[in-house]
Design a protein around this ligand. Sequence first.
Ligand SMILES: Nc1ncnc2c1ncn2[C@@H]1O[C@H](COP(=O)(O)OP(=O)(O)OP(=O)(O)O)[C@@H](O)[C@H]1O
Ligand SMILES: [Mg+2]
Length: 249
Amino acid sequence: MSQQSEPIVDIQGLNKWYGALHVLNDVDLTVASGACVVVCGPSGSGKSTLIRCVNGLGSYQKGTLRLAGTTLGVNARETAAARRQTGMVFQSFNLFPHLTVLSNCTLALQRVAGRSRAEAEHIAMSHLEKVRIPEKAKSYPGQLSGGQQQRVAIARALCLNPRLMLFDEPTSALDPEMIKEVLDVMVALARDGMTMICVTHEMGFAREVADQVVFMDGGCILDRAPARDFFGGSGHPRSRHFLNTVLKH
Ligand SMILES: Nc1ncnc2c1ncn2[C@@H]1O[C@H](COP(=O)(O)OP(=O)(O)OP(=O)(O)O)[C@@H](O)[C@H]1O
Ligand SMILES: [Mg+2]
């Protein structure tokens, strides 16, 4: 019972420096199971650094990070197991160009999760259907639009059955007409109860599904509020200013 009520992510006093540059400054963040948290803020504010710490791509010097009930960095095997509970989607898709869409999705299922090829293909097809692109299973990434590739990247991450999905500006490399198809998939995921941390400046998305919006600047979380309050204009002057700039575009 206590396992269930514990937040999926519990970050306390996280600090990271690159040399003299203090890129995460006493960051506290908890994400409850099933919640969708949107992280926004100006370029260089530490958004990517923060979510890279959550899935183990980045190190930190101070603070604690609990992920799915495990404090990272205490026991190597438990840390690796906790990190496998996260799926990550990047701005630049990062699909393997020499593999078909289906093989991109089945690779980790076979190599990491030890599934047979038939099982892996069955699981992969179910996720390709979820992101509405099963007909491209035999195509190569280079034959797909950016929006389609990003949906495949989401399906690939879902194949390993993550408890937490991390998105780092998943639509910012896309042409405007493709942004919606990716956001629609993310909205459906959030409504399905997936726990998500999304770095995005798509404020329509944030309004629609975010339980909490977090505003970062200079490595600090300056503002955090339920989406309704965040967009209600009652927050930190710096985040109000940022919001005005973003919403003008
Ligand atoms: N490998 C690195 N070595 C040194 N400094 C780095 C490194 N990676 C990031 N930084 C610095 O850390 C700070 C935070 O970077 P980060 O990528 O987290 O910002 P961000 O909020 O994601 O920005 P953007 O909106 O441009 O993606 C920046 O000042 C950046 O220059
Ligand atoms: Mg970034």
